[in-house]
Write a protein that binds this ligand. Structure first.
Ligand code: F6R
Length: 609
């Protein structure tokens, strides 16, 4: 995830910016840069790759100046490159900007600015901000930033410098975290507390729609409308490791709680303003080509494969095209029938998984169009695919995938609806209604997260067992597969996931007194049938946790515990129902004292076959 650092004070800023960026390295990045106000004006240095590259450039040509901004970039718009790295400047190089987040309407703004004479050098949305601020500047940087921000849609945090007012550093927050560090004769900005912790423990935490103007002498807080705010300083007593995790005990928990933001960012500008259509210009398929698709193959590994199983349901139901989902390590060896009319979708958080990459190459060799769903813009999968839908989950650090998986689900919903609107397989009303429900998902996830203590209790109870079963029908089955993998991966408890109706064909023999069974009974049309299967395990003594949609209270009579999730369109339920399962495995692992973020025998990215 991108990182922001800023400094204004009496000291030379270069070293403070670099050290601050180093403290944000754990968030992941692909390039870095700084802008410092020197005696020669605003000077920018940036470089693709590790911070060490930027550092060595700065050693050759150091920057001297006591006000500056720095950034580590995790690519979203445009590949990782020197030119796409931040800070970005306007054409006069008098304004410099670092930015976290996404500007949803950047293409419209870019067109407008180009018409006014702006010349763009990068592919980023951030560069638009520098040109926009320059175009509305009339001698007051605070007013110019306010004006510019009002024209921008999206979620972002900004640090802005101008050569015209070299004593000021302006910071803005709109749905992307930003904090202000308050020192003695010096002040700081940071996208995260670790960036400034070495210098001060006194911070202001900006809320959405707020901004700050920093000088050596002090900090002024105001809303983006310009109303001044007074706020108590927050004293940070976290150590650096706690600070890196944003106050959470583990990266996995932090990432579970980041899911509402990941949903919002991944949907972002891909839903039109009216909420009636999906816009996916990154899918390089014409309407004619889409109409020519005869079948879809979804290929991925592990958790990404489980997202693919949901994707299969989504595409088949919305677009009525036959879909097969395959584990990537098996795909090539079963001699799949791939033609030019096959669309192959590869799903990979890292974009570097060897088996997925091999499947992608095989599909291309056979002439299929390959669409990648990935979280890493410059990854091998992203570079080699014909089309790429990027999931904007931000870097995932915990080995167990959570927010990347759910963002992959969002990508499948967007793509399924995109196919449906092109093929006319769903009415405009049906599409509108699903989009409306999608927009509710982030806040529905928040409501589930607010009840994580309930799940913690079940997890502590279930963690005493060595075997556990998950059951579900239809799309719920795809979700329980993921729930079971998550549990095995980090708690080392043996678990199996079964289609609920399949148990009696063998596995029911394993159900005995006290065996925990987690049953998803979310799908309305399958609810009664799932309840019958739950009764089968109950009759054999199972201890059942039922997960249902609000309103299905009758399940309470048949199970030992119930956890309800908010109601939504059936196809969208995995984006909600998986959250309690993620929490369950997290708390089970915690109860057993395991290393949650780094489970034994596993690596975050699997680059061998
Ligand atoms: C499980 C997990 C793995 C990955 C799999 C594919 O939590 O993270 O199962 O999903 O190794 O990795 P990517 O998505 O990077 O291709």
């Amino acid at each position: 995830m991108c990182g922001i650092v800023g400094y204004v004070g009496k000291r030379n800023s270069q070293g403070i910016l670099i050290e601050g960026l180093k403290k944000l390295e754990y968030r992941g990045y692909d390039s870095a840069g700084v802008a410092v106000f020197t005696s020669a004006g605003l000077e920018v240095r940036k470089a693709k790759g590790r911070l060490a590259i930027l550092e060595s450039n700065l050693e050759d040509a150091p920057l001297q100046g006591n006000i500056g901004i720095g950034h580590t970039r995790w690519a979203t718009h445009g590949k990782p490159s020197d030119v796409n790295s931040h800070p970005h400047t306007d054409n006069t190089s008098k304004f410099s900007v670092v930015h976290n987040g996404i500007i949803e309407n950047y293409l419209n703004l870019k067109e407008e600015l180009i018409a006014e004479g702006a010349h763009f050098v990068s592919e980023t949305d951030t560069e638009v901000i520098a040109h926009l601020i320059a175009s509305v500047y009339e001698g007051d940087i605070v007013k110019a930033v306010q004006k510019a921000v009002k024209r921008m849609r999206g979620a972002f945090a900004l640090g802005v410098l101008t050569e015209y007012e070299p004593e000021k550093l302006v910071a803005v927050r709109l749905a992307s975290p930003l904090i202000i560090g308050v020192g003695e004769g010096e002040n700081f900005i940071g996208s995260d507390i670790p960036a400034i912790l070495e210098h001060t423990r006194n911070v202001y935490i900006l809320n959405d729609g707020e901004m700050a103007v920093l000088t050596q002498e002090g900090v002024e807080l105001m809303t983006i409308e310009g109303n001044f705010i007074s706020r108590e300083l927050f004293h940070v007593d976290w150590d650096i490791t706690t600070a890196e995790k944003g106050g959470f005990d583990h990266f996995m928990l932090k990432e579970i709680f980041e899911q509402p933001k990941a949903y919002r960012d991944t949907m972002g500008a891909r839903i039109n303003d009216a909420g009636t259509a999906i816009e996916l210009p990154e899918v390089k398929l014409s309407a004619e080509q889409i109409k020519g698709i005869r079948n879809v193959h979804i290929v991925a590994c592990g958790t990404a494969y489980h997202a693919g199983l949901v994707g299969k349901n989504v595409i088949e139901r919305l677009a009525r095209i036959p879909v097969e989902a395959d584990v990537a390590s098996e795909y090539r060896y079963r001699e799949p029938i791939i033609t030019k009319e096959t669309l192959v979708i590869v799903v990979s958080q890292s974009g570097e998984t060897a088996d997925t990459l091999a499947a992608l190459r095989e599909a291309k060799r056979c002439g299929a169009h390959v669409l990648a769903i990935t979280n890493v813009v410059g990854s091998s999968v992203a570079r080699e695919a014909d089309s790429v839908i990027v999931t904007w989950a931000g870097p995932e650090i915990a080995v167990a995938s959570t927010k990347a998986y759910t963002s992959q689900l969002i990508a499948f919903y967007l793509f399924g609806l995109f196919l449906a609107q092109t093929l006319g397989t769903q009415t405009p009303e049906a599409i509108r209604s699903i989009i409306a429900d999608m927009k509710e998902l982030p806040q529905q996830v928040e409501s589930i997260l607010a009840r994580s203590e309930e799940i913690k209790q079940y997890a502590e109870e279930f963690a005493k067992n060595t075997d556990l079963f998950f059951i579900g029908r239809g799309i719920d089955y795809a979700v329980v597969l993921e729930g079971s993998l998550k549990l095995k991966e980090i708690s080392y408890i043996h678990s199996e996931a079964y289609p609920a109706g399949e148990l009696k064909h063998g596995t029911l023999a394993l159900i005995e007194d006290g065996i925990p069974v987690i049953a998803l009974a979310i799908q309305e049309e399958l609810f009664e049938k799932t309840v019958s299967n739950i009764k089968e395990v109950k009759a054999r003594g199972a201890n059942v946790l039922g997960i249902v949609s609000e309103g299905n209270d009758e399940l309470q009579k048949s199970v030992d515990h119930v956890f309800t999730i908010p109601k939504t369109t059936g196809l969208l339920t995995p984006a909600l129902s998986v959250v309690p399962l993620q929490l369950l495995s997290y708390y089970a692992s915690l109860a057993l004292g395991h290393d949650v973020d780094k489970p034994r025998n596993l690596a975050k990215s699997v680059t061998v076959e």
